[in-house]
Design a protein. Structure first.
Ligand code: GTP
Length: 240
């Protein structure tokens, strides 16, 4: 049987991942796929926290560029993450996987408030905990929320799911000769300004020595593979 190298993970999903083939909102086929992949990893006994972005519904940064006050736009983006979190919760529970949604902004009728110790207990009990509303503060991305929650939950690693295979020296979608790193240091990511996560999220991981694996979510079995230490994607760590 596959043996996990990480016992507790924080999975970061971008809102765009949930778009799938839709132009807007949530593609339910993608949702089902993600729920199956998470369920599969859970059978290994791995504890799973999830942070989801909201870009499939609302992009705070773009809206602020078009004249909406940045803080308001960010709060709207946080609300979008709540929709995605509830959708994922539903897809997981349809598969019999116990979940809890905890929100950084209190909205008790919809989700539990974020309480660190309670979230940790949920994880210990095998529940998938979905952290909604990012950090709860404007000007921070959901990548930073993922770093923060990973640290608070003392996760062994952050798994950042993307649409490409890992971290490249240039944009692999635009440049044919882009080269993928199998391993890279946080400092190099920052100095080369590689668009892995925003710099706040990357520096938080670096300062706390938290491994980050960037990988392609669209390939079946990739989350399991990463969790079991297979050479998938790019590992960002302390040393090169
Ligand atoms: P244990 O104490 O480990 O059994 O955890 P639990 O989450 O099952 O305990 P609890 O009885 O507090 O929660 C039961 C259900 O109510 C769960 O589905 C929780 O997610 C939900 N729940 C708890 N607190 C809140 C809240 O403040 N708001 C909302 N919307 N749901 C809540």
């Amino acid at each position: 049987m596959d043996k996990p190298v990480y016992k507790r993970i924080l999975l970061k999903l971008s809102g765009e991942v949930l778009l799938g083939k839709s132009a807007f909102g949530i593609d339910t086929d993608v949702l089902k796929f993600v729920a199956e992949e998470i369920g599969d990893v859970r059978t290994l006994g791995v504890q799973i926290g999830v942070v989801i972005g909201g870009g499939n519904i609302f992009r705070g940064v773009e809206a602020s560029a078009r004249g909406i006050d940045r803080a308001s736009a960010d709060y709207m983006g946080m609300l979008a993450t709540v929709m995605n979190s509830l959708a994922l919760q539903n897809a997981l529970e349809n598969r019999g996987i116990p979940t809890r949604v905890q929100s950084a902004i209190e909205m008790k009728e919809i989700a539990e408030p974020f309480i660190k110790r309670r979230a940790a207990r949920h994880l210990e009990k095998g529940r998938v905990v979905i952290f909604a509303c990012g950090t709860g503060s404007p000007y921070f991305t959901t990548d930073t929320a993922a770093s923060l929650r990973a640290m608070e939950m003392q996760a062994d690693a952050i798994l950042k799911a993307t649409k490409v295979d890992g971290v490249y020296d240039k944009d692999p979608v635009k440049e044919k000769d882009a080269r993928m790193f199998s391993k890279i240091s946080y400092t190099e990511v920052l100095t080369r300004n590689l668009k892995v996560m925003d710099s706040t999220a990357v520096s938080m991981c670096r300062d706390n020595n938290l491994p980050l694996v960037v990988f392609n979510l669209e390939k079946t079995g990739n989350i399991r593979g990463v969790v079991c230490g297979e050479p998938i994607g790019t590992i960002v760590g302390g040393e090169k």
